[in-house]
Write a protein that binds this ligand. Structure first.
Ligand SMILES: Nc1ncnc2c1ncn2[C@@H]1O[C@H](COP(=O)(O)OP(=O)(O)OP(=O)(O)O)[C@@H](O)[C@H]1O
Ligand SMILES: [Mg+2]
Length: 373
């Protein structure tokens, strides 16, 4: 699949701009603060229904304007898809070939793998970064996972609202317990299912991560992965084991949930640990080694996607090349060169696309919210 073009209007610092893309490598070049990441974000939003940065609708609309508009044209299996995103201050609407769609619908249709400095830091950051890493991968693995994740988030939100109402004295303890009892079985079913698909995917990807890691780093230590539920490694658990573990945790933590006003049990609390040479990479590995693991993880995700779907996802690399040492940068560029995926890269210098022949590369200069070609 590939993106053919984009039109943006009042998006972040863009007034009105458009661009036609190369099917292989697209480079957004410009000084700091010119709009390179903004443009990448508009592409991502258009294909996945949300942004990879923390932002409300209002942040996406050019200051002083009422709405913003992003239109893209994607080609997949020889079919054309027009994706239109209208952002207003209080809501956002998306249309795929004129039909209203949700973010999950878009995720089901289109696949994107993004490499950002934040994603490369996800080993040392909080567990939520690692959960994003794995949930993004799940959506790539099987498109129906987008709905499972959305359903789980919805159930979690409802459960948290009930707990919060109790903490705010808007509901009695008896009623709160009744409400929580009535929604918890479905909440735990969805939660256990999500854990299980995470575990299955992690196991399925491990060999590909290991071989990508061998390719990008000289270190040959063996990589292992753990999926932690309340500190317990559940990587080998079956669905029913996970379900009963979550059930007993929910019973144990009910009083704590009632006093904190949030759900303390479920996949939104779990963590993924990478063991490098049998040691926890969070504490043992250098920053560069941690980046290598995540880079290998993303490369494995791409290889796996190609195997499962006979097509590549669209790749987006925001500012990552400058974060990598020469060996990792060269390995990543030769990997990008080998695979037949449409790639978007932001950079402040143009040193790297030499490997690609000229006709495969489109360079866009981004200056003060304008696309200059
Ligand atoms: N809603 C908005 N309206 C107007 N300008 C905005 C809006 N949101 C962000 N900006 C501006 O966009 C610019 C940042 O753009 P962006 O993050 O894309 O920069 P960049 O080219 O990626 O820079 P860097 O190389 O530093 O990563 C900032 O100057 C910021 O003030
Ligand atoms: Mg940027």
């Amino acid at each position: 699949m590939f993106l053919e073009k984009i039109q943006v209007q009042n998006y972040r610092n863009f007034v009105e701009s458009d661009a036609f893309f190369s099917q292989r490598l697209n480079v957004f070049i410009g000084d700091n603060g010119q709009g390179k990441t903004n443009l990448l974000e508009a592409l991502f939003l258009s294909l996945q229904g949300d942004t990879f940065r923390y932002a409300d609708n209002i942040n996406l609309i050019r200051s002083g304007q009422e709405f913003s508009l992003v239109k893209t044209m994607a080609i997949q299996r020889q079919l054309k898809f027009e994706i239109k995103t209208q952002i207003m201050k209080s809501r956002k609407h998306q249309f795929l070939n004129g039909k209203r769609v949700t973010g999950s619908d878009l995720k089901k249709e289109f696949s994107v793998v993004i490499f950002s400095p934040e994603s490369l830091s996800s080993i040392k950051e909080g567990a939520d970064f690692r959960r994003i890493l794995i949930d993004d991968m799940l959506i790539n693995f099987d498109k129906n996972n987008a709905y499972l994740i959305a359903d789980y988030r919805k159930a979690l939100k409802t459960r948290n609202r009930i707990l919060k109402n109790f903490v705010d004295n808007k509901e009695s303890k008896t009623n709160t317990n009744l409400l929580i009892d009535s929604i918890t079985p479905e909440f735990l079913n969805l939660g256990a299912k999500l854990c299980f698909v995470r575990i299955t995917a992690l196991k399925g990807l491990l060999d590909d991560i290991r071989s990508a890691l061998r390719r990008i780093s000289n270190n040959s230590e063996d990589l292992e992965v753990q999926y932690l539920i309340s500190g317990e490694n559940a990587l080998q658990y079956f669905l029913r084991d996970i379900h009963s573990l979550l059930q007993s945790r929910a019973r144990e933590l009910r009083e704590a949930e009632l006093s904190s006003g949030v759900s303390l049990v479920g996949p939104h609390k779990h963590d993924i640990v990478f063991l490098y040479g049998q040691k926890d990479s969070r504490f043992y590995c250098s920053q560069g080694q941690q980046r290598a693991i995540i880079l290998a993880f993303k490369m494995a995700q791409i290889v796996y996607h190609r195997r499962a779907h006979n097509d590549y996802p669209i790749l987006m690399l925001d500012d990552v090349l400058s974060e990598l040492d020469q060996k990792k940068r060269d390995s990543l560029i030769s990997f990008l060169h080998e695979i037949n995926a449409q790639t978007f890269v932001t950079t402040t210098d143009l040193a790297f696309p030499e490997k690609f022949s000229r006709e495969l590369v489109a360079v866009f200069e981004i200056k003060n919210g304008q696309i200059l070609q």
